[in-house]
Design a protein around this ligand. Structure first.
Ligand SMILES: Cc1ncc(COP(=O)(O)O)c(C=O)c1O
Length: 414
């Protein structure tokens, strides 16, 4: 058999399986596992009946293009809908700024290919979305982390970091942020911070990559739509590349998302997309378009907010019952994730080994840090399990923390 390692590109040799995908393997091998690991939407909330009806109509053959290749920029009627969506979010756009992408993950990868050379610096939040970290590293970019406060990225640290990198002769091109209910921390960036961030980007000549898949999932008890105003909404100078997705609201299986970029960059992103997949699936785009046109999405959103808010409540209540003193956490104001810190002298990695044998898994926080920190943090995703399973999972998690702490003490002290 050939030695395949010898055939790998340098980039491929450096590829590592993501912590979240590894979780998937663990989960596949186990019965009765409670998974707080992947940030999957709850499948029972998908609009199955409406999708079935729409798909049936589309596949009846009236529109031959439904199963054809399509324009790289996206299905035109969908792009028009997206212009409306962006207008509702406060962002004025022109059609030449849009690109429908095969998931926002593709959008992030396209941005990486179009903007970054080997060694270019991309600033990211500490911690940050692992899919973006992988995409940026994939093109050889150098990732530098900036800590966050409770209202988002620390602006003083951000500027210090930028100046430091530039003083070392490195090219800092962009900052990647997830201002709404960030993956993994659930943090919501304040509006004041967004405004100052845009000013900073202009002053320091940096592009902002604003990734916004969770924006519609604010929890009405503690946040409102106005809190989620995109940075792009105030971007008169063309500093922001904005990405959003239907994955968390309609279904991730369609792989339909979009990006809005300054026209000059959109042209390059389009060519880069041609090399990746020519176009996003024509049928998927039409299903999503019809779901928007027929009001399926609009009807879904309030239901989803109430549904995930109740899941957040279930997890907060379970943690309050079982984990006070053991974990520290702040209930999120939207999205899918609760971020927790261990108050015991154990790592989340050691905990995960025990927890998985007890029937609960999560993602260790270190996976989201580009600086090797975060060993005492964990991301608990409450989106998919039922409230009952959340309670079972939290109980198991806390039992595993106790056991792991006990086992990590020197034998003499036990
Ligand atoms: C912050 C963030 N960006 C992008 C994505 C990718 O979403 P999509 O399904 O649209 O590719 C995710 C998915 O979890 C995410 O959390």
């Amino acid at each position: 058999m050939p030695n395949y390692d010898a055939f790998l590109s340098t980039a491929a040799a450096n590829l590592r399986e993501s912590a979240i995908r590894k979780m998937g393997t663990l989960l596949a091998g186990a019965r009765d596992m409670v998974s707080f690991a992947p940030g999957y939407p709850a499948a029972e909330m998908f609009a199955w009946a409406e999708f079935a009806e729409i798909s049936h109509e589309l596949l009846a053959g009236a529109d031959a293009n439904a199963l054809q290749y399509g324009p790289t920029r996206g299905y035109k009627p969908l792009v028009e809908v997206l212009q409306g969506v962006m207008a509702e979010r406060g962002v004025k756009t022109s059609p030449d700024q849009f690109l429908v992408t095969t998931g926002s993950q593709q959008g992030i990868d396209l941005v990486a290919r179009v903007l970054f050379d080997h060694g270019d610096v991309v600033l990211v939040e500490l911690p940050s979305y692992v899919g973006a970290i992988t995409a940026f590293r994939g093109v050889g970019a150098s990732l530098v982390g900036v800590p966050q406060d409770t209202d988002g990225i620390d602006l003083e640290a951000l500027d210090r970091t930028l100046l430091c990198e530039r003083a070392d002769g490195r090219r800092v091109k962009a900052l990647y942020v997830v201002p709404n209910f960030q993956n993994p921390t659930g943090l919501l960036m304040s509006l004041e911070k967004r405004r100052r961030l845009l000013e900073w980007a202009e002053r320091r000549d940096v592009l902002l990559i604003e990734d916004d898949p969770y924006r519609d999932l604010y929890f009405p008890d503690v946040s409102a739509e106005a809190d989620t105003r995109p940075i792009a909404a105030d971007d008169a100078a063309g500093r922001v590349i904005y990405l959003s997705s239907f994955s968390k609201t309609l279904a991730p299986g369609f792989r339909v998302a979009w990006m809005v970029a300054p026209p000059a960059l959109a042209v390059k992103l389009e060519i880069a997309k041609q090399a990746e997949d020519l176009c996003t699936g024509a049928l998927d785009q039409r299903i999503v378009y019809e779901a928007c046109r027929r009001g399926v999405l609009a009807r879904q959103l309030p239901r989803l907010r109430a549904f995930y808010q109740a899941k957040r409540d279930a997890m907060s209540a379970s943690l309050a019952r079982h984990a006070p003193g053991v974990l520290t956490w702040t209930p999120p104001r939207g999205g899918f994730f609760l971020w927790a810190r261990l108050n015991r002298a154990i790592t989340a990695q050691a905990l995960l080994e025990h927890a998985s044998t007890r029937g609960v898994i999560f993602v260790t926080g270190d996976a989201f840090y580009v600086d090797g920190e975060g060993a005492d943090t964990l991301r608990l995703s409450f989106s998919a399990p039922t409230s009952d399973r959340i309670e079972v999972g939290v109980e198991r998690l806390v039992a595993a923390i106790t056991e792991t702490t006990e086992l990590s003490r020197p034998a003499a002290a036990r």
